[in-house]
Write a protein that binds this ligand. Sequence first.
Ligand SMILES: Cc1cc2nc3c(=O)[nH]c(=O)nc-3n(C[C@H](O)[C@H](O)[C@H](O)COP(=O)(O)OP(=O)(O)OC[C@H]3O[C@@H](n4cnc5c(N)ncnc54)[C@H](O)[C@@H]3O)c2cc1C
Ligand code: FES
Ligand code: FES
Length: 463
Amino acid sequence: MPDPQVTVNGRPRPLTGVPAHTNALDFVRGLGLTGAKEGCAEGECGACAVLVLRPAPDAGSRWTAVNACLVPAVALDGQEVVTAEGLGSPEHLHPVQEELAVRGGSQCGYCTPGFVCSMAADYYRPGRGDGLDVHAVSGNLCRCTGYRPIRDAAEALAAPSADDALARRQDRPAPPPATTRADAFARPADLAEALDLLRQHPDATVVAGATDLGVEANLRGRRPAYVVAVDRLPELREVSTGEPITIGAGLTLTEVEAALGGAVPLLDEVWPQFASPLIRNGATIGGNLATASPIGDLPPALLALDAGVVLASLDGDREVPLAEFFTGYRQTVMEPGELVRAVRVPRPLAGLTAFQKIAKRRYDDISSVAVGIALDVVDGTVVRARIGLGGVAATPVRALATEAVLEGRPWTSGTVEAAAEVMRGEGTPIDDQRASAAYRSAMLGNALRRLWAETASPEGVAG
Ligand SMILES: Cc1cc2nc3c(=O)[nH]c(=O)nc-3n(C[C@H](O)[C@H](O)[C@H](O)COP(=O)(O)OP(=O)(O)OC[C@H]3O[C@@H](n4cnc5c(N)ncnc54)[C@H](O)[C@@H]3O)c2cc1C
Ligand code: FES
Ligand code: FES
C-alpha cells in the first residue's frame, strides 16, 4: 500500500505521520499555504474553503469547495486539492481574484481566499453561463467589506477560457478513492473490509463527511482512538430512483441532489435550506441519520416519506423503519459494528408534500423546528398523512396524533384548523438558546396552516 499523500496545487505532499485529527486547513497552512484561514473552526464562515476534485454526476470531475477546517487531512489521501494560491498569483490573478480586487470585494482580506475558492467552484461549474450563482457563497461570511461588491464580482465573471487548465482538468475523472492505512486512520476499499476493520477495532469511530466529527475534534478536542472512513465505499454510494428509491448513505447531499434529479420533491425543498454548499459538499445522508441529532433536517423529511434505514453488519443487511431508528437523545438502534448503508423511500410518493424549516437565518443555520409533511389527498379527502418533526423532542418524531386527525377527513380549512391545534401539542419541546418551547409549539401549529395557504385551490381542495 503506497504511503498516503495528497496533491496540493499540483504538487504531491506526503501525509505520512499526519494524525487523524489534523484537519486539512492546518495541514495546508503548515505547508506555507496560508491563504485559507481559520475563522470559526466549525464550518460556519468559509474562510478555510479549498477546492477538491470530486467525481462529476455524469462523466469527468468537478472542482468542489469544502470547509478544510472540518476534513481530516489524511482523508484526502490520493486526492487533488487546490487552494487560493493554486488558482492565481499576485502577478497572474485568477479571474475570480481579479474581479474581487477590481470591484472592491476585499478589505481586510481575511475571508477573501475562502470566497475565491467557493466562487471558483461555481466558475468551473459546467453550463453555468455568465455570472455566478450567489448561493455558491452562502457558506462564506465577510465581516467588513459588505456583500454588494462581492456580488458584483460574482456577477461580472465570464466563462473560463478554452485553455484554462483547471477547467480542462474537469474533463477527466477525479482520482479514485485511495485505500488508506495511516496512524489511527483507515479508508477501506469496500464494505466487507470496512466491517472487518470495525470488528478488529471495536473502539473505532466511523467518519464520513466529518461535518459533525470535525466540529467535535476542533472545538471539543475529540481524539478518536481509530477512525474508519466510509464515505467513498462503493456499496454506500449506490442510488436508484426505482421502487423503492434507494440512496447510498455515503453520498454527500450535493451528490444525492444531483443523483435524484428531482425525483423526490420533498427532498428538493430540504437541500437549499440545509446549511451551505460548503457543508452539503461534505455532509452525507448516513451521517445526518447516524448522528441522531434531534434538530437534523433529513429525519423529519424522511419520516414523512416513510423511509427505511438499511444497516449493514458482518451478519448481513437489515432494514429498520426510520420511525423506529432513533431510541433516545443521540441514540439509535445501531449495534456496534453496524453501518448505515442506505436509505430507502417507498413509492408511490405522496402527492402533497412540504418541508418547513424554522431557523434564525434563512440560510446556513440549524433548525429550531423542522417539519416534513406528506399527504395523499384523493377526491378531496386525506387518505394518508405522514408528518415528521424535528426540534421538539429528544429525537426526531412522527406527529402521530395529528396524522390520525387528518386521515379520513376532507382536506379543508376546517380540518387544517382542527389538526393544527392537535399539532401544537405534539412532542415535548424545551426552551433553549435557539427558541422557547412556546415558540416551537406555535410553529408546529402554523405548519399545516402554512401548507394550506401555500397550496389550497380557490375551492379549498388541494392535491
Ligand atoms: C456549519 C454547519 C451547519 C450545519 N447545518 C446543518 C443543517 O442545516 N441541517 C442539518 O441537519 N445538519 C446540519 N449540520 C450537521 C451536519 O452537517 C450533518 O449532520 C451531516 O449530515 C453529517 O454528515 P457527515 O457525513 O459529515 O457526518 P460525520 O461527521 O462524518 O459523522 C457524523 C456521525 O455519524 C456517524 N456516521 C457517519 N456515517 C455513518 C454511516 N454510514 N454509518 C454509521 N455511522 C455513520 C459518525 O460515526 C458520527 O457519529 C451542520 C453542520 C455544520 C458544521
Ligand atoms: S474556519 Fe470557519 S468554516 Fe472553516
Ligand atoms: S474582507 Fe474582511 S472579512 Fe471579508
